[in-house]
Design a binder for this molecule. Sequence first.
Ligand code: HEC
Length: 270
Amino acid sequence: MRLALRITLAAGLAVGLVGAVSAQEIDTHARAPKHVEYEFEGPFGKYDRAALQRGYQVYKEVCAACHSLKQIAFRNLMDHGGPEFSEAQARALAAAAKVPAGPNDKGETHNDSGEVLTRSAVLADYFPAPFPNEEAARTANAGALPPDLSLMVKARHHGAAYVYSLLTSYGEKPPAGFAVAKGKYYNPYFAGWNIGMPQPVTNNGVTYSDGTKASIEQQAHDVVTFLAWAAEPKMEQRKQMGFAVLIFLLAFASVLGLAYKKVKGEYALK
Ligand code: HEC
């Protein structure tokens, strides 16, 4: 009897241990982002203008179906240090977008079928959001909320590399023992590995107007450049200013040094 009890206990312990070990083997922490180099990094880094323009195209044709980018207005597309579209181009891009029209002369904001009344955007308009509210956004995305992308590259640790890794890492086979949750997708760069965003960027998913080949990596690189600019539109000005301040301080320090030498010399004469 005692032996039987011992065997049962030992067996129970073994099963428990094996269970604990196999549960530990799957560590669903986000994988460290891929190493990618961007033109805008470093003290003299600048945004790649062509990448910004292509990145806008990817945002507009792919991401904007689910994600808002509330901080950016169409006029910003012409800004110095940004995509630098011409005014005519920016006007055309705005005109191609629809924004809520606001109340008409009868005070209505929706038509009879309950749809929001819209008008073509103008330069002063901010980018329109794809969903009228959080509830609608979640309903369209199996409960998950696509966050606003305005500050995403700044908000996440190693944001540019993180978003790039996320976009380029769909389709891997999940490790044995890891179950992809219902309505979710496997992405090892996302904490928990179950992401509510279906693969957004696909090979040739867009046709670039400048003829660049639209591989997954190219589109990810371009849209991340665009989102990095959206998160810090004045980066180039900031870096230039920092450099000018540095030169000024160096010049000022050498003038001070010369003045000190002269004063010291005059006192020494006395
Ligand atoms: C079909 C809708 C859809 C499209 C299109 C889409 N996303 Fe998402 N995205 C989502 C949803 C839903 C989430 C929230 C995922 C979650 O919390 O599990 C998300 C989350 C994200 C996140 C946040 C991850 C985090 O750390 O929280 C980033 C970054 C992102 N998307 C970037 C993009 C980019 C860039 C594009 C365009 C290339 C894009 N998405 C296109 C639905 C979409």
